[in-house]
Design a binder for this molecule. Structure first.
Ligand code: GUN
Length: 291
């Protein structure tokens, strides 16, 4: 069994981006600029956005964090996005999800200029990705593909079972894994809350991508010997032993599943850091295409 080390792989990608930015600066160009918008006080969102801003500073990107309070109107948020769309000094815009209930995710995602959509959530980005055209790929699925690529895992012809069909992870990773790319070229089954016999599908899987947000859902009796396990779960579970009062749990019972696998991502330090590396790659792509 080999651990797919998302932390080290993410660092390697960030190191390469840092060199690239240093080169741009030497050429007299400005640094790429990512703007993150955080609405409200969701603790997990604070952590994720903090990690994104920190990665920018490590690499040498400029970042701006716009904090808006929980009561911010949808109209106000849309007008902030409009200004950023028109601002030539801004390359990438991301609005951290989830948003407060009174704001429509759909309207907000649609309002971001497709050329600055570094999250890859805009219908134009998704449509281009589905068609196999150059696009911004949503960061978590993109990070998973980068991790498989880094470890030179040949997924051609494999049966991949994706657990979850969210717009952020399950749906897009199912598209990417079935694409005519390397990694890719898998036969993909998408399982969701109405799937009967999830265990039987999982037992047939060469790759399982678990993205349901249910801690420990994938148990050893659901996994074939030699399978590749990608754990996207990041649920906060109360833990009195931790200073923060919680620990982060994946969707996979790592202790019992890992001995059966060929490869497995840990939680933390698996897919999470890869999401950040993928966002940083998308930010450079936006910069290079718009400048
Ligand atoms: N919430 C959970 N994942 C993501 C992500 O990749 N981007 C944004 N903007 N919000 C998220």
């Amino acid at each position: 069994m080999q651990i797919l080390d998302g932390q080290a792989t993410s660092q390697a990608i960030k190191d390469a981006l840092k060199l690239r930015v240093a080169q741009l600066i030497l050429e007299g160009r400005r640094a790429p600029h990512l703007v993150a918008i955080l609405v409200g006080n969701n603790g997990a969102s604070e952590t994720y956005v903090g990690a994104k801003v920190k990665a920018c500073s490590e690499i040498g990107y400029k970042s701006t964090l716009i904090r808006l309070d929980e009561e911010t109107s949808e109209h106000k948020l849309l007008s902030v996005i409009g200004e950023l769309n028109d601002d030539l000094s801004v390359d990438g815009i991301l609005v951290q999800l989830p948003l407060p209930k009174h704001i429509s995710d759909e309207k907000v995602i649609n309002a971001i200029s497709a050329s600055k959509d570094v999250d890859g959530f805009h219908p134009i980005s998704i449509g281009r990705m589905v068609q196999g055209l150059s696009s911004f790929t949503p960061a978590t699925p993109y990070g998973i593909m980068l991790l498989l690529e880094h470890y030179k895992i040949d997924t051609k012809g494999m049966h991949a079972v994706v657990l979850g069909r969210s717009n952020i992870v399950g749906r897009p990773i199912s598209i990417l894994l079935s694409s005519n790319t390397n990694p890719g070229n898998c036969t993909v089954t998408v399982c969701h809350s109405h799937t009967k016999n999830i265990k039987e599908f999982c037992l047939e899987a060469d790759i399982i991508v678990a993205a349901l947000g249910r801690p420990g859902f994938v148990t050893a009796d659901m996994v074939k010997e030699g399978a590749i396990i990608i754990d996207v779960g990041i649920t906060r579970v109360a833990d009195a032993g931790k200073k923060s009062g919680f620990s982060i749990k994946g969707d996979v019972d790592f202790t019992n599943v890992s001995p059966k696998c060929a490869y497995i991502t840990p939680v933390p330090k698996g897919v999470g850091p890869m999401t950040i590396a993928a966002l940083m790659k998308n930010t450079l792509k936006a910069y290079l295409e718009n400048n």
